[in-house]
Design a binder for this molecule. Structure first.
Ligand SMILES: [Zn+2]
Length: 247
């Protein structure tokens, strides 16, 4: 029993009776442009891959952990203007997460969002604050890598080559804005990604490989398992409300 959506309600109830309450992972992705070479569901697929990887490595063989279906449309207003991008915005996303967590039954002792999209940071911060105030904690693990390019670059392209290579159009991969995110941020905050990159890429996807993606994914899964199995570290990766890598 790993995928909540494939589990029946009595199955879950019986398992909880026998073993105790479960940890619920909710992958949180995005539907947003990822340049000419990656699909719009890139962040969702990465979040799902990390969540399923966590389930495989979870102590006691996922005995008390289930992975929900992903939330695929989130806060991606910064990609407005690129065809296919969908967004509910920060306020609605935050409220939705609060409702999901606070309405979840006692069968879930922990609820953890596995976030693949940096643009969700404000919503996650607001939701975790509200959930804490309501005594129903929401935990967050967000994808972040040191020295990574920001969007649809080598990191995300490598991850996608490892996760869904059939969806990567490497022949169309072109560099986008090469500057560090800190330099791009002021313009992006005002005019979105389109103000700094005509093709929607922040970084350079050339040189991405499936082997690098496989290593990156393993590192991300290890990082998440470490965070989630060490009680004192559970809140350390709460997403900061600033634009972060891999949005
Ligand atoms: Zn992305």
């Amino acid at each position: 029993m790993t995928l909540l959506g494939e589990t029946t309600s009595p199955q879950l109830a019986n398992a909880v009776t026998q073993k105790g309450p479960f940890t619920l992972l909710i992958p949180l992705g995005s539907t947003e442009q990822h340049g000419p070479h990656l699909p719009l569901d890139t962040d969702t697929r990465i979040a799902v891959a990390v969540a399923q990887g966590i389930a495989k490595k979870w102590p006691q063989r996922s005995a008390r952990l289930v992975v929900a279906d992903p939330i695929c449309i989130s806060a991606a207003d910064e990609h407005r203007g690129f065809a296919g991008t969908l967004s509910v915005g920060t306020k609605v996303l935050s409220e939705m997460l609060v409702e999901i967590v606070c309405n979840a039954g006692p069968e879930f002792e922990r609820i953890v969002v596995i976030n693949g999209h940096g643009g969700n940071a404000y919503a996650l911060r607001a939701a975790t604050d509200t959930c804490s105030a309501r005594q129903r904690p929401l935990e967050v693990w967000s994808l972040r890598l040191d020295n990574a390019d920001a969007h649809a670059g080598r990191v995300e392209t490598s991850l996608m080559l490892a996760i869904a290579p059939q969806l990567v159009r490497l022949d169309l991969a072109q560099p986008g804005a090469p500057e560090p995110l800190t330099e791009l941020l002021p313009k992006m905050m005002e005019g979105g990604v389109g103000a700094v990159s005509a093709n929607g890429v922040l970084g350079d996807p050339r040189g991405a490989t499936a082997a690098a993606g496989t290593r990156l994914l393993a590192d991300l899964i290890d990082d998440a398992v470490n965070q989630l199995t060490q009680p004192q570290r559970r809140t350390e990766n709460q997403t900061q409300p600033e634009y972060s890598v891999n949005d």
